[in-house]
Design a binder for this molecule. Sequence first.
Ligand code: NAP
Length: 507
Amino acid sequence: MSSALRVVVVGAGFGGIAAAIELRDHGFTDVTVLEASPEGLGGTWLANTYPGAACDVPSHLYSYSYAQRRDWSRLCSPQAEILDYARGVAEAHGVDRLVVPGAEVTSCAWDDDARRWRVEAADGRAWEADAIVLATGQLHRPAIPALPGADDFAGHVFHSARWDHALDLRDRRVAVIGTGASAVQLVPEIAPLVGKLVIFQRTGNWFMPRRNRPYPGWWKRVVRHVPGVQALRRRFVYHYTESLTLMIRHPRTLGLIGRALSTTFMRSQLRHHPELRERVWPDYTFGCKRILFSSAFLPALARDNVELVTDGIARVEPRGIVDERGVRHDVDTIIYATGFKTTSFMFPMEVTGAGGVSLEAAWAGGASAHLGMTVPGFPSMFIMYGPNTNTSGGSIIVYLEAQARYLRQALERVRAAGGRGAAIEVRPDVAAASDAELQARFAGTAWVGCDSWYRDGEGRIVTNWPGYMREYEAAVATLDDAEFRVLAPAPSAGLERVGEGGRDPVA
Ligand code: NAP
């Protein structure tokens, strides 16, 4: 019997890939990555294929530090290029072979006696694991508002993250509901194609410029051939994005600079459309919601075939949408760009820890995890992109890499304690104290200045990290043994494989 710790990673997006690479690079040979999508790895970059889908974080930073590319096509790469990158990195590190596609995990249950996890998929397959890494992210389950009459709509309906590529939008009358980061990217792409576009905005946004043209050849040659340019560029983008956090953390001082820059930009974009300008203007603190980078969205609103509706939606009828002023907008297609169920994290997956306590029950007072990763009562369970680890300006990949290094250190402790059947668990007092400290850091920042998808139903901010990227990296750089309890191997740990575990991990 192999004594290698068996690790099951759930989710093959950037987080799951980072975890698999880190673990394999440090001698954890038994790693399986379960991925719900039948198409395999890629995560959000597999799901979001809407026209114009791109990362609004520059690729020099939105990439693994150990897999830097010198041939990005533009500042913010399009979806296909990012997906290609993710696949390439996974292949280069040999972790693509660890991915089990089409394995939609429905439950993870901790067995107190055997000290291991049982992971089950929707199709009945099951895996046993000494440790689990839940890398399902925050932005994977589309949120579609329950609008009255929506079921009776006679036309085409889809969410931005489930784009219907079979539908030819040319000359159609299209409604886009929502004006967040996804809408801002897709609207300028479809506006010239469609017959009519009606955009339903609930809240205006703060914009910053972003043209995102393809890099000219000379610049690509400089990045490729001049030593240090790539690294310098990454460093620059890192600090630039940290400056956004600086403004968000200090809304009454430095935030006013951001607000002034955004104001100047938005005014210049809509200088000939004062009425439109008034209607898109945000009524909340700069940085409270995600700052949107686009030089194409506001001008698209001024097109003749585009209408911006700022009245709420009263109901949907078979052939259109009626706003709260009673005006009916005739459309034959509705695109929900209404975001994701961010605060549900891995749910509706059932996660049951020590003593049969469910994670949902443990989080009854709001989701929280020590440094976003570990939860008391859930031994050898690690969350990636978990509670309070979202970034409002930086690159989530910086966080994911840091998390991969941290959870690898935790599993090294388990390996040292005897390997299979041993486990590691964060101390409840440590988790409670770090949560209290983290929540206190939101006071006085822009994040508390409005309602947003960063908050749960009770208003607690559960998605975002309240500080800088560098602070998070520093906080998780070295696992503090005093914060954890290591459980020695259970005497009763029988270690048979449960059920059909898909393909065997590559040794
Ligand atoms: P989002 O930012 O949550 O935006 C959803 C939009 O739908 C908002 O404008 C929201 O209005 C609106 N909405 C929700 N329910 C509504 C309702 N019942 N009636 C009318 N409007 C409604 O979602 P997203 O645009 O998909 O972006 C989600 C996150 O994904 C982003 O914040 C970002 O982190 C990530 N993302 C990143 C990129 C990238 O380039 N890196 C691109 C796309 C998305 P309110 O503002 O009033 O709630």
